[in-house]
Design a protein around this ligand. Structure first.
Ligand SMILES: *Cc1c(COP(=O)(O)O)cnc(C)c1O
Length: 237
């Protein structure tokens, strides 16, 4: 278990290694709301969750604290980073995530857009690009993403703001491979930026986790998603 202060000192230590302009999402999945509160009270604002139900519980608990007049940190911005099932889109959008980082198909993107319209909001998203060698990881292939932007598929979106890309490197000790994966993700982002210079606010490259965020930053990440190195190990049950 974490003792008071550990979370904050770990966040500070990680921040000290990040260049100006690189954001930090503290991935709080499988950790209690208390851990989020401790970090948020110390100024951490972006938190990552990978399951709709768990996010729902944390958002509800925060809401109850507010209702009870308990002090709530001023800013908690949720980033959804897990695989999103199409039948959970409505529920997720109701939780008003600041960003959905894990949009992995055009169909999902269209569903999000439709639901955002229905709820009268603009949803910010990243498109997940698949470069890792594991077949289990989801996302657009680099070629699919290029093709989507070449035909300017985003122009039909009415209530979704595509803010950039998200990706993961292969799960391997081979640092060259990890660096090459990140370079590929960054190059997809650069290609899209060149192809569509009129895309507004397309400025985010989310890559890098506890074990590889320094490599990701060296390869051009603008947003790292760090869980274990902040909150400690997760027990999945
Ligand atoms: C869990 C998760 C992370 C954080 O992983 P750690 O190794 O604990 O830092 C980052 N990104 C995604 C998409 C995740 O699912």
């Amino acid at each position: 278990m974490n003792t008071q202060g550990d979370i904050i000192s770990r966040i500070d230590a990680i921040r000290a290694t990040l260049p100006t302009g690189v954001g930090l999402v503290a991935v709080s999945k499988f950790h209690p709301l208390d851990a989020v509160l401790e970090a948020a009270r110390a100024g951490q604002s972006m938190f990552g969750e990978s399951r709709v139900q768990e996010l729902q519980q944390k958002v509800a608990a925060l809401g109850e604290m507010k209702m009870a007049g308990e002090p709530v940190p001023p800013e908690v911005d949720w980033h959804f980073i897990g695989h999103l099932q199409t039948n959970k889109v409505r529920q997720l959008l109701r939780l008003r995530p600041a960003m959905i980082e894990s949009v992995d198909s055009e169909r999902l993107l269209e569903l999000i857009d439709r639901e955002a319209q229905a709820q009268g909001i603009v949803q910010r998203v990243l498109l997940q690009v698949h470069v890792a060698k594991e077949e289990t990881k989801t996302g657009f292939l680099p070629e699919e993403l290029s093709e989507y932007f070449r035909r300017r598929g985003f122009e039909t979106l009415k209530a979704t703001h595509v803010c950039g890309v998200m990706g993961m490197a292969s799960n391997t000790d081979d640092e060259m491979r990890v660096a090459a994966d990140f370079r590929r993700i960054r190059s997809v982002f650069d290609e899209i930026s060149r192809m569509c210079p009129d895309l507004r606010g397309f400025d985010t490259v989310s890559m890098g986790m506890s074990g590889d965020y320094l490599t990701a930053v060296a390869e051009g990440s603008t947003l790292v998603r760090v869980g274990t190195a902040i909150f400690g190990g997760r027990s999945y049950h």
